[in-house]
Design a protein around this ligand. Structure first.
Ligand code: ACO
Length: 337
């Protein structure tokens, strides 16, 4: 019998219904479907309607993940971790409200702020809590309403970022079971904090006693620099995880990377020496959903029966902070909801 480990027991996802196509954006901004698709791989994305917030999407995805896990997981969720860059409020955290609305009682509940790397950071944290014996079951959610923090007049961010939510249930099990989270690699580099930032709204701006410029409440991204850092950092992190897992690149069945830009995923595959056909991507339909991107990509690929039980998966993500995170796992026998 293998060592105690967290095992993937359920998977759920939710996209808000409102479609924003490249054609529609081209009517509002100086851009085109051709430019967006060629430079990013995106054709359309979902944006929430007025009044819909991150917790609303998180609850939908959480419900589906719990339903998906109903046959395999123990009853009690001891912890809820919500990875998000767009919490409902600066205070309090959004996870406790999500846990309450899901009817989970009074579990540990906390938000994880690690930009686009948030879901894998949260997965690693939940898995560690299970492996340490602190809890038996963890609900890990990545949920975003990035449409609420993009400047609708800024064509460099408005065409990329999108809304959605995905969630997994982790249960206690053993490392030799299909679905086991085998190893993780987490890192950060604060020298890159200005590459993706919302300048206003935090204590830095508030304590300066200066009134924030309206534009400072939006997300500002230095795309070219982020692009280069993303390929480099995810490449290093993915290589580290492969090494710890004892897997060669040839043994890897699927690379599920953060869906920031299709060109980033292809550059990453090339750097690793991985066949592009093993790269999972759904960015064409969903855009960049930051912390929701990896569980949404997992759910899409699983729904298309792309994964077989015991397939070897590598998750890797990079984003604001700068933060990056990777995880190696085998695929379980589950039905996503
Ligand atoms: N439509 C048409 N033209 C555009 C658009 C647009 N939407 N956006 C930029 N351009 C123009 C630029 O003005 C520039 O014109 P110029 O040559 O006349 O100066 C030209 O296109 C090239 O611009 P670049 O910025 O060099 O384009 P690039 O190929 O780098 O693509 C992009 C930009 C898509 C932003 C890319 O750099 C990228 O995907 N970066 C990663 C962003 C990301 O995912 N960040 C996630 C972290 S954020 C977080 O964690 C929350």
């Amino acid at each position: 019998m293998g060592a105690r480990a967290a095992v993937l027991a359920g998977l759920g996802s939710y996209l808000p219904p409102g479609r924003m196509t490249n054609e529609e954006l081209s009517r509002r901004l100086d851009t085109s479907d051709e430019w967006i698709h060629k430079r990013t791989g995106i054709r359309e994305r979902r944006w929430v309607d007025a009044g819909v917030s991150t917790s609303d999407l998180a609850v939908e995805a959480g419900q589906r993940a719990l339903k998906s896990a109903a046959n395999g997981a123990p009853d009690a969720v001891g912890m809820v971790i919500l990875a998000t860059t767009t919490p409902d409020y600066p205070c309090p955290a959004t996870a406790p409200e999500v846990a309450t609305r899901l009817g989970l009682g009074t579990p540990a509940a906390v938000d994880m702020a690690a930009g686009c790397a948030g879901f894998v950071y949260a997965l690693a944290t939940g898995a560690a809590s299970i492996a340490a014996g602190h809890t038996e079951q963890v609900l890990v959610i990545g949920a975003e309403t990035l449409s609420t923090i993009i400047n609708p007049a800024d064509r460099t961010t408005a065409v990329i970022f999108a809304d959605g939510a995905g969630a997994v249930v982790l249960r206690s099990g053993t490392a030799d079971e299909p679905g086991a989270i085998l190893t993780v690699d987490l890192g950060s580099d604060g020298t890159g904090k200005d590459l993706a930032t919302i300048p206003a709204g935090g204590s830095r701006q508030r304590s300066s006693r200066q009134v924030a410029a309206p534009d400072d409440r939006f997300l500002h991204v230095r795309g070219k620099e982020i692009f280069a850092q993303a390929v480099r950092r995810m490449g290093q992190s993915a290589t580290a995880v492969l090494g710890t897992a004892g897997w060669s690149v040839d043994q890897l069945d699927h690379l599920v990377g953060h869906q920031a830009n299709l060109r980033i995923l292809h550059a990453l595959a090339q750097q690793l020496g991985l066949d592009k056909r093993r790269v999972v991507s759904n960015i064409e339909q969903v855009g960049n959903t930051s912390a929701a991107s990896i569980p949404l990509a997992l759910a899409d690929a699983a729904a298309q029966n792309r994964f077989l039980p015991r397939d070897r998966l590598l998750l890797t993500a990079f984003g604001a902070g700068l933060c990056w995170a990777s995880a190696a796992l085998t695929w379980p026998q589950i039905t996503p909801a």
